[in-house]
Design a protein around this ligand. Structure first.
Ligand SMILES: Nc1ncnc2c1ncn2[C@@H]1O[C@H](COP(=O)(O)OP(=O)(O)O)[C@@H](O)[C@H]1O
Ligand SMILES: CC(C)(COP(=O)(O)O)[C@@H](O)C(=O)NCCC(=O)O
Length: 278
């Protein structure tokens, strides 16, 4: 079987999917995985073991990739699949029906571009806010599934926690997974059933609630200034955590978690690329 590898290299982790190499409709997933970039070589060997050992049957033909992480990370990926052809998404890549509103399109992170292509593919013609909550948190607006209006970049939850810990004498360095979302804890819920954000009464809570509110507040600001917003999509490593704090029915806008949004976007670009080069 001939396979293509869809690869999203972020600043913390690489997310991947293999799909049949031919042209198809929606994304069919053969295998998938997530690898921390610091453990890349070891994990590629482990996660791809069955593919690599049965290489006479399954071969990676092409890699369709977005890389906003270190180039060295991409080089390690390439070294494991030397016979595959590498295609890298660029801010300048032309996609029919998609208009990149950045002043300098090449400046736009290709993961953000792929996220919007994913949104356009899954929810055509909608006004969509795309939130990617990873190393950084990005909040991007896609108008009518076709025009990227612009967005915001703020430090991701871990990054905020790390920088507070590192740059102050008195603050501990918390981790995002210490910001609990469990309903078993003694936490406050608002009348929509999502977590309320109380004022902190300990250093830990003051930091935790502060970084969550910095993020949720930005998202709510975006919602407030987009009267025609129809849908909010959230993806990335902190999507679960963030979702617990976001209003599920903000301003009547539907809110959906799409873990593979960027890879879905890469697949849409892959199909377009293949159709254009038949
Ligand atoms: N198992 C995990 N390993 C690393 N980070 C994780 C993990 N689970 C959740 N996270 C959170 O997800 C973030 C990375 O999310 P991800 O979407 O992969 O980011 P990026 O695309 O920037 O690499 C980390 O900053 C961390 O806060
Ligand atoms: C904003 C980002 C750092 C997000 O990276 P991530 O958190 O996904 O690792 C990345 O999309 C990037 O490097 N963007 C380039 C600048 C821009 O999009 O304007």
């Amino acid at each position: 079987m001939e396979l293509d590898l869809l690869l999203d290299i972020g600043n913390t982790r690489s997310k991947w999917i293999t799909t049949k190499s031919g042209l198809g409709g929606s994304l069919s997933i053969e295998q998938s995985g997530i690898i921390n970039n610091q453990e890349l070589s070891e994990q590629i060997m482990q996660q791809f073991d069955s593919l690599l050992t049965s290489s006479s049957v399954a071969v990676i033909q092409n890699i369709f990739c977005t890389c906003v992480g270190q180039l060295d990370v991409l080089k390690i990926w390439q070294a494991h699949f030397p016979s595959a052809t590498l295609y890298q998404l660029s801010g300048e890549t032309v996609i029919p029906g998609f208009d990149n509103g950045y002043q300098r399109p090449t400046e736009l992170g290709t993961d953000r571009l792929a996220g919007m292509l994913g949104a356009k593919t899954l929810y055509p013609e909608k006004n969509i806010l795309v939130i990617a909550s990873g190393t950084a948190t990005t909040i991007d607006y896609l108008h009518q599934g076709s025009k990227f209006i612009g967005g915001w970049i703020i430090p991701g939850l871990d990054l905020m926690l790390k920088s507070l810990g590192k740059s102050t004498a008195n603050l501990p360095t918390l981790e995002a997974n210490q910001l609990t979302t469990s309903r078993d804890d003694d936490q406050t819920f608002n009348n929509q059933g999502t977590l309320a954000i109380p004022f902190g009464t300990s250093t830990k809570d003051a930091i935790g609630m502060g970084v969550v509110l910095a993020t949720v507040g930005a998202i709510q600001q975006a919602i407030a200034q987009l009267p025609h917003l129809e849908l909010i999509l959230i993806t990335g490593g902190n999507a679960n955590l963030l979702e617990a704090y976001l209003l599920s029915d903000s301003n009547q806008v539907k809110f959906v978690q799409e873990p593979n949004l960027i890879l879905v976007g890469l697949n849409a670009w892959r199909l377009h690329h293949k159709e254009a080069h038949i």
